[in-house]
Design a protein around this ligand. Structure first.
Ligand code: SF4
Length: 374
């Protein structure tokens, strides 16, 4: 069993819930911040002793919504229980309108070395549709400010938004390629149960982007971002060489990680667990000395092997087949091997340097392939 070398901390606060979002989020409850910091500090203390990790990722929610003083307390608690190894990566998700020189100074002084901006778009109409409360100018300024303090700055973009056309997407991409960014993530808009958009789509109040348009947008992003020196290293992620997100590779490689905060998942030993998604319940449980865990599942060898294949295939380099067959469950390996020929024959997968990887034809439809490998 490997001891986690990665940790995820979830901060659930947001100004308002965006209509496409189904994450663990509470809107307008900053009066809970002190309770939250106290609860996460308690949860961290359940580690019993400090654990050195190579990566920390503070996600949300909107972590940068935390006022400065509780933010400092949270970061200090994280540093106490999860000291970062030399050269380790410490990321925080940030909202563009929260980024200023003071915040960058605070984050950098505490040891954070990577900023991930939830930008989504620079276009006013698209931002309005997505319910975002920043402007394109604010996003551009936040990238420039963050780049003055951090070598590693990433931005998330969404494509395939109702009403968006190719010109809007091209303009979003040209805004990111003209700025100093080490990393870009691009996601096609999804309609998740629990999100406002999901109901609106069912009722015909919004119209999803046509599949062909979404495919063209994805292919255009790959072409443009790679032309600008950002290597396509995972289905949705692009980075300058050496700036790939190390933390996310934990998930893609099936490695262990700690999770803290409401709704946070963790994978320790062979157990996958998820904390209560309700922030209120999470706080109450921590305040009453109870476990925050809502569900846990022990993954047997077969499941771990299948997950390592499926998540590993999200990486453009693919999966090292001999390494997987050496360490994986033979029955799971045989089951995977049985499915492979049809995906090779359809041109969705190929061999490259001892790895099985997705082809350019397989990439856009990869999500539909994995059902055969569970
Ligand atoms: S999309 Fe981001 S900012 Fe919007 S509600 Fe979800 S977590 Fe908060």
């Amino acid at each position: 069993m490997s001891t986690p070398k990665a940790a995820y901390i979830h901060v659930p606060f947001c100004h308002a819930r965006c209509p496409y979002c189904s994450f663990t989020v509470v809107a307008n409850r900053l009066d809970w911040v002190d309770r939250y910091v106290e609860a996460v500090t308690r949860e961290l203390a359940t580690l019993g002793r400090p654990h050195v990790v190579n990566t920390i990722f503070i996600g949300g929610g909107t972590p940068t919504l935390l006022p400065r003083e509780p933010m400092e307390r949270l970061l200090e608690a994280i540093r106490r229980w999860l000291p970062l190894s030399d050269g380790g990566e410490w990321s925080i998700e940030a909202n563009p309108q929260d980024i200023d020189q003071d915040l960058c100074l605070l984050l950098r002084d505490q040891g954070i070395n990577r900023i991930s901006l939830g930008g989504q778009s620079f276009n006013a109409a698209k931002l309005r549709t997505l319910g975002r409360d920043h402007t394109g100018d604010q996003l551009a300024r936040s990238i420039d400010t963050a780049a003055g303090w951090f070598d590693e700055v990433s931005v998330d973009l969404i494509f395939g938004v109702p009403g968006e056309d190719m010109e809007v997407w091209k303009s979003d991409l040209s805004m990111v390629t003209s700025r100093s960014l080490s990393h870009v993530s691009t996601y096609g808009l999804t309609y998740e149960k629990g999100a406002l958009f999901w109901g609106q789509l069912q009722r015909g109040q919004i119209v999803a982007a046509a599949e062909e348009l979404e495919l063209d947008m994805y292919l255009y992003a790959i072409e443009t971002l790679t032309e600008h020196g950002l290597n396509h290293y995972e289905v949705s992620n692009f980075a300058k060489p050496g700036s790939e997100c190390v933390h996310n590779q934990t998930y893609w490689q099936g490695d262990a990680w700690f999770g803290f905060g409401p709704g946070a998942a963790g994978f320790v030993g062979d157990t996958r667990s998820v904390n209560h998604r309700s922030t209120q319940k999470y706080l109450e449980r921590m305040e009453n000395g109870q476990s925050p865990i809502a569900e846990s599942q022990t993954l047997d060898w077969s499941m771990r092997t299948r997950e390592r294949f499926i998540f590993g295939m999200r990486q453009l380099k693919g999966v090292d087949w001999s390494a997987l067959t050496r360490s994986g469950d033979p029955q799971a390996i045989a089951a995977i091997a049985q499915q492979l020929p049809k995906h090779f024959a359809l041109g969705f997968m190929e061999w490259h340097a001892g790895h099985i990887r997705l082809t350019p034809q397989g990439l856009p439809i990869s999500d539909s392939l994995w059902v055969d490998y569970w």
